[in-house]
Design a protein around this ligand. Structure first.
Ligand SMILES: NC(=O)c1ccc[n+]([C@@H]2O[C@H](COP(=O)([O-])OP(=O)(O)OC[C@H]3O[C@@H](n4cnc5c(N)ncnc54)[C@H](OP(=O)(O)O)[C@@H]3O)[C@@H](O)[C@H]2O)c1
Length: 355
């Protein structure tokens, strides 16, 4: 006797390949696609990074991105086709790395095309490509949209300009470029440095945190989970033609200001001396890590992805749920999460750079 079946249409099983799969964005993207029913392959360059992927039901592929990388052979043992490729690596200098990525995507897409599937490649850049906007309350303040000119600071100039090359490979794949705002939540957020600074201030006698930054600075972030859902929304959008060859900003429904975040830090860490704004005069010399994170003012419009795909952010803003985000960050730090260590190391290098 045959088993009775319930006549529910089940969507075709789709396949995604994510680079930087143990990174902050890459790991969140992997988990989101797994939950949405996708067969998910994640590229990691260190074998020890594979165990977390395995726990998350992601299939690890081990290899480093370089012009002569051989890991596609391993991927092809699993599958010859990929519906979507998501690029989430971070490497400076960017140019050579991106050239290697493009050559890999071309090889991957060529095999996929030969087997009947044209991939969609979603590449990650960042909203900082547009530069800064005015601070909260400044005359004529307007958000950056996808049509705003690119005005990146030197350190990310190559990424901002070169990442547009993703669009010139129409012979083999469709492409989308996403630009998230600074992300928060869990372990590897740059905002973790604000928690560290407040924690250090709470151990001082006057329990005060002094910031040489305008408190009207706009900090327009997005929760990492919401950001990952945005990639899924683009990947699953029914009309691929409406998505391809486009850039999309990813930002929360509204911005925080440094003033809001300062108040939340003051309460959370019982900073009796307050989180106080001091003259920014010192900030022109060697810029501290915290100034790099909290001193970058940018208002970012994400209407385009919302209107097209219906994506929306659901998580609370950083200032609205700071206690929970702090606890998650500290727990990750206690467990020695590699993302927490990576950000600390990266920012200690950057803070000695003049910007
Ligand atoms: N984090 C944010 O708030 C944010 C916001 C907007 C845009 N972005 C952009 O989004 C991208 C990803 O950011 P992220 O925060 O997720 O970075 P991340 O946490 O530092 O992760 C970067 C990932 O890239 C991997 N990687 C670097 N070079 C590689 C190579 N040659 N071969 C294979 N893997 C390599 C790293 O592997 P290892 O672990 O082995 O080093 C790591 O998994 C970056 O371009 C970043 O600028 C980030």
């Amino acid at each position: 006797m045959t088993e009775p079946t319930i006549p529910i249409a089940h969507p075709h099983k789709k396949t995604v390949f994510v680079t930087g799969a143990n990174g902050y964005i890459g790991s969140a993207v992997c988990r989101t696609f797994v939950r949405a029913g996708w067969r998910t392959y994640g590229l990691v360059r260190r074998p020890e990074a594979a165990s977390t992927l395995i726990s998350d039901e992601v299939i690890p592929i081990i290899g480093s991105i370089s012009k002569d990388a051989g890991f596609l052979e391993d991927l092809h043992k699993h599958t010859k086709t990929v519906d979507v490729v998501i690029s989430c690596t971070e490497q400076l200098p960017f140019g050579e790395h991106f050239e290697a990525l493009l050559s890999l995507f071309r090889k991957l897409a060529a095999t996929s095309n030969q087997n009947g599937v044209r991939p969609l490649v979603i590449t990650t850049s960042g909203c900082k490509d547009y530069g800064v906007t005015g601070v909260h309350g400044s005359p004529g303040l307007a958000p950056h949209t996808e049509d705003s000119p690119l005005q990146p600071v030197d350190i990310i100039r190559e990424r901002a300009l070169k990442s547009l090359d993703i669009f010139v490979h129409e012979d083999l794949f469709d492409a989308v470029l996403v630009r998230p705002t600074p992300l928060f939540g869990y372990d590897s957020s740059y905002y973790g440095l604000a928690f560290e600074a407040a924690e250090a201030a709470a151990r001082t006698e006057n329990r005060a945190l002094q910031l040489p930054i305008d408190f009207n600075t706009i900090l327009h972030g997005c929760h990492i989970d919401d950001c990952a859902e945005a990639y899924l929304a683009l990947a699953e959008h029914a009309d691929r033609a409406a998505v391809v060859k486009q850039c999309f900003n990813i930002s929360a429904h509204r911005y925080d200001t440094l003033s809001n975040i300062a108040k939340a830090l003051e309460v959370e860490y019982s900073l009796k001396g307050g989180v106080v704004e001091i003259s920014p005069a010192h900030a022109n010399a060697v810029v501290s890590s915290l100034n790099l994170v909290l001193g970058y003012t940018q208002f970012v419009d994400s209407t385009k992805i919302r209107r097209l795909t219906g994506w929306t952010d659901r998580r609370m803003l950083l200032s609205e749920n700071l206690h929970v985000y702090r606890m998650a960050y500290e727990e990750a730090a206690r467990r020695g999460h590699e993302g927490v260590l990576r950000i600390k190391e990266r920012m200690s290098v950057l803070s000695s750079v003049k910007v």
